[in-house]
Design a protein around this ligand. Structure first.
Ligand code: AMP
Ligand code: MN
Ligand code: MN
Length: 326
């Protein structure tokens, strides 16, 4: 059955959009793209967007000044649409609005998504949730502002059209968005590549202290709270560190840990060709994609790294056995 956004929107007067905790470029881009589109095309419908604080650079996207970062639990929406969010827990503060809404819809591309809403439109092959949003709306009616938001989402989740999730369709959609007259270079430069001094400092620290392990197949780095305090860095300032670690020649998996609290770490995983990191993240209660996934784990950093690398070794062994058989 073909999914039709128009059908779901029928009769809905009050809609909320929400994304995942620690919003990234695709989360903000897909939410704002759909928000701006709905505002333009459905002027009689009231639409609110709920997101945690977003990185300052993303403020170049129109409408971000209207983002609500607090939720009143007694607010009842006709429809709550969650975007780029693999499970209900990752909605964070907007979860009560999702729970209380009369109807819920999930639009996502995480392979780990377990279809937790009333209606679910999950396309794991899509590069980004922003790409899915493009396919759900009337492309002719996307204006320049919504195009800027969607383009940002696609550019971020594809590592600027580099990662293997980038398909010919992704490029066609990006081209269609460019034709709306957006300044694509400025979006990429200001929201993706540009780093604050603090971000560069903490990146430098993470690279300097990184270690090659597992016969140089993995690179691992840990940032502790005391380093964050020293550099006055926030969790958002750590975005991109794991991608930089992944660039290391010869490495298959990059593992980046950041200390959330004593004995509690946010783990980011990236792989190149062989290891399915979503399987590893999911095993420990997180999720994500085959080549990019995340999970929160408890214990010492050594325990966390040992647990993760044991699963990586298992996958690599399995791969070797299969190669030997064929
Ligand atoms: P990150 O390492 O946080 O940049 O996340 C990589 C990918 O995995 C993103 O698509 C995230 O949305 C997803 N992800 C990260 N952490 C989790 C988690 N705890 N549960 C489910 N998905 C996650
Ligand atoms: Mn995301
Ligand atoms: Mn995404």
């Amino acid at each position: 059955m073909k999914f039709v956004l128009n059908d779901i929107l029928k009769g809905k007067n009050k809609i909320a959009l929400g994304g995942h905790i620690r919003p990234d470029g695709d989360c903000v881009g897909s939410c704002m793209g759909l928000y701006l589109y709905l505002k333009e095309q459905y002027p009689s419908v009231s639409v609110d967007v709920y997101l945690e604080e977003i990185p300052e650079a993303y403020r170049m996207i129109s409408g971000t000044e209207n983002i609500k970062s607090q939720a009143s639990p007694d607010e009842i929406y006709d429809l709550f649409i969650c975007l780029d969010c693999g499970d209900a827990e990752r909605l964070g503060f907007s979860r009560p609005l999702f729970e209380n809404a009369k109807e819920t819809l999930c639009i996502d591309h995480h392979i780990s998504n377990d279809a937790f809403a009333d209606s679910n439109y999950i396309v794991p092959e899509a590069s980004s949730t922003a790409e899915i949003v493009f396919t759900l709306v009337d492309a002719e009616k996307i204006d320049k502002k919504a195009a800027e938001a969607l383009y940002m989402g696609i550019a971020h989740d594809t590592g600027v059209f580099q990662y293997s999730c980038t398909s010919p369709e992704t490029m066609e959609i990006a081209a269609a968005l460019m034709r709306k007259g957006i300044d694509s270079s400025a979006i990429i430069d200001r929201t993706y590549y540009e780093k604050t001094y603090i971000q560069n400092q903490i990146l430098g620290r993470a690279l300097l202290e990184s270690m090659l392990i597992m016969d140089k197949k993995c690179i691992v780095s840990v940032i502790r709270r005391k380093s964050m305090d020293f550099f006055h860095a926030s969790p958002a300032d750590l975005e991109g560190i794991v991608s930089q670690l992944r660039q290391t020649a010869g490495v298959e998996v990059a593992i980046f840990l950041h200390e959330l609290a004593p004995q509690k770490f946010k783990v980011s995983l990236r792989s190149k060709k062989e290891v399915d990191v979503s399987e590893i993240a999911k095993y420990y209660g997180g999720g994500g994609h085959v080549r990019a996934a995340g999970v929160t784990m408890e214990g010492s950093s050594h325990d966390v790294i040992n647990n993760i690398t044991a699963r990586i070794a298992q996958q690599l062994r399995h791969e070797e056995e299969q190669d030997a058989e064929s």
